[in-house]
Design a binder for this molecule. Structure first.
Ligand SMILES: [Cu+2]
Length: 311
């Protein structure tokens, strides 16, 4: 199970990892809106070098930040119409795939890197015949009851192509995924001398009950969602507005707004509680959740972040 980052001190590092995805990644300009992503397998995988270069140059000039294409399972896998994979085929090893299987994606990875465009790769349709339990009539449109183990093996092969890592941040792993294996924060119990502040976590929002006083506080979060959540709290610089904090998530400038890290709770499973004890001073604070289940996108980016004022 993937979890939130380890200690409070790594909160900013985790945020930076999410945005940074390595130094090669194009940083969106400060103050820009959401990232612009264009998906087009036909134009970005199946054209001549010159045509693709033209398309990518045009996209770059039009302000596109990322392009997105599909790593087509049945296109890349061997024997896509066979009842079983080739004998001894290790589907997790990119080198075990047919010669040239990755060439189109390799080419796009190189060409996007040259233009400082981000590259996002879907690991997706269609499945090879040998990976589905119920074949359909069109041999190249298999989709019914694919075997999740086979799919996981293919996903691992995509993930193991190292030259893609820097371009391939949100979905398909890379260094940041290993960082997430760090231990989560240790569970705390509410300090008996502290003022309790009840927090409700749902998928994907926080609700903080009442005012938060400038004293010793125990945030007690109850997870009423269907997936695990935690709380991470940062103290923001005086005068930071909720709107600024919100925008900073889109343009990757949260660290610029932070005065200090306050703490992080353990992860709470659905129905369970998690706690942060903290001594609070007046000012604006940011609470967010960096758990990224089930799809690898931290909940903070799905709305699980809120700014509150301590007075
Ligand atoms: Cu969460």
């Amino acid at each position: 199970m993937r979890r939130g980052p380890g200690r409070a001190l790594v909160l900013l590092a985790a945020l930076a990892l999410w945005w940074g995805c390595g130094d090669d990644q194009p940083a969106p300009p400060a103050g820009a809106g959401p990232l612009t992503v264009v998906q087009d397998d036909a134009e970005l995988l199946h054209r001549s070098d010159a045509q693709m270069a033209g398309v990518l140059d045009d996209l770059r000039a039009a302000g596109v930040d990322w392009v997105r294409v599909t790593a087509g399972w049945s296109v890349i896998a061997p024997a896509p119409e066979g009842n079983r994979p080739p004998a001894g085929f290790d589907a997790t090893d990119p080198g075990a795939y047919p010669r040239g299987a990755w060439d189109r994606l390799d080419r796009l990875a190189r060409m996007t890197r040259e233009r400082e465009l981000g590259l996002s790769i879907d690991i997706a349709f269609w499945a090879p015949r040998w990976a589905v339990a119920e074949p359909v009539a069109e041999p190249d449109r298999q989709r019914t009851v694919p075997d999740p183990r086979h799919f996981a093996d293919f996903a691992e092969a995509v993930e193991r192509i190292e030259t893609w890592e820097a371009e391939n941040c949100p979905g398909a792993g890379g260094d940041e995924e290993e960082e997430e294996e760090e231990e989560q924060a240790a569970p705390q119990t509410p300090d008996p001398d502290a003022t309790r502040v009840a927090v409700t976590a749902t998928d994907f929002q926080f609700a903080i009950e009442g005012d938060v006083p400038a004293e010793k506080v125990a945030f007690v979060m109850t997870n009423e969602g269907q997936v695990p959540h935690h709380m991470a709290i940062l103290k923001l610089k005086e005068g930071t507005t909720a709107e600024q904090a919100d925008r900073s998530f889109q343009d990757a400038t949260v660290p610029e707004l932070v005065e200090k890290e306050v703490g992080q709770s353990s992860n709470a499973a659905p129905g369970e509680d998690a706690v942060i004890n903290a001594e609070l001073e007046p000012g604006p604070y940011l609470m967010f959740c960096f758990v990224d289940e089930p799809d690898g996108v931290p909940h903070a980016f799905k709305g699980m972040r809120t700014v509150f004022e301590v007075s």
